[in-house]
Ligand binder design. Structure first.
Ligand SMILES: Cc1cc2nc3c(=O)[nH]c(=O)nc-3n(C[C@H](O)[C@H](O)[C@H](O)COP(=O)(O)O)c2cc1C
Length: 185
């Protein structure tokens, strides 16, 4: 696949097939993740691949986190169950964690780099026709989940990706980059 096709063709995938993602694809994603620019070569990240029983456990944490967030709503239980079930639609999740530098400027730069690392993973996945969905939301701040992952307070979950073969690829939509650009010669 041409690079621009990989970039433009990447979509956030919400409907997955149940087939497992080969380890070779996940390994390529993780190895590509670290080749993003990162200031001072801080390499501020680490990753976790979550599948099987661990994914079911993560889905239960997601349900609990969403339940807490929506506790005032009468339909809270239904919203939370959907959040759990949605996570289980894909066979795999990859969590990306940033170690937070005590210098806030460095921490901000490291966040940018870790986000790029996640993006690299989405592109490599797409080059293998594997879909991803980038998530943040209540689960990333949910202390029982963070504890389960063994994170300390200076480690931030930047994103978790659901990863799997797409069942449906939605249409993409963007404003042309040239419409958003001034050229100052
Ligand atoms: C930093 C970041 C956080 C995101 N968080 C969520 C999220 O919590 N829930 C969600 O439905 N989508 C989330 N998304 C996915 C975006 O909604 C999605 O990328 C956007 O709709 C564009 O669709 P596309 O990726 O197919 O072009 C997130 C994306 C990014 C980059």
């Amino acid at each position: 696949m041409e690079l621009l096709d990989v970039i433009r063709g990447r979509r956030s995938i919400n409907q997955f097939q149940s087939d497992p993602v080969p380890d070779s694809v996940l390994e390529e994603m993780l190895q590509a993740a670290v080749w993003v620019p990162n200031h001072h070569l801080s390499e501020p990240w680490h990753f976790m691949v979550i599948r099987g029983q661990s994914l079911r456990q993560m889905a239960d944490f997601r349900k609990a986190a969403v339940l807490v967030k929506n506790r005032e709503k009468p339909q809270a239980e239904r919203i939370a169950e959907k959040a759990r079930d949605d996570l289980l639609k894909a066979p795999c999740a990859v969590v990306a964690v940033q170690t937070i530098d005590e210098n806030p400027y460095r921490a901000e730069e490291d966040y940018a780099s870790t986000a790029m690392a996640v993006y690299n993973m989405t592109l490599v996945a797409n080059s293998h026709q594997v879909g991803t969905y980038w998530h943040t939301g209540p689960l990333v701040y949910f202390e029982p989940f963070r504890e389960w992952l063994g994170l300390d307070p200076l480690q931030r979950i930047v994103a978790y990706l659901r990863v799997g073969y797409p069942r449906l690829i939605p249409q993409g939509r963007r404003t042309d980059g040239l419409e958003l650009t001034r050229w100052l010669d």
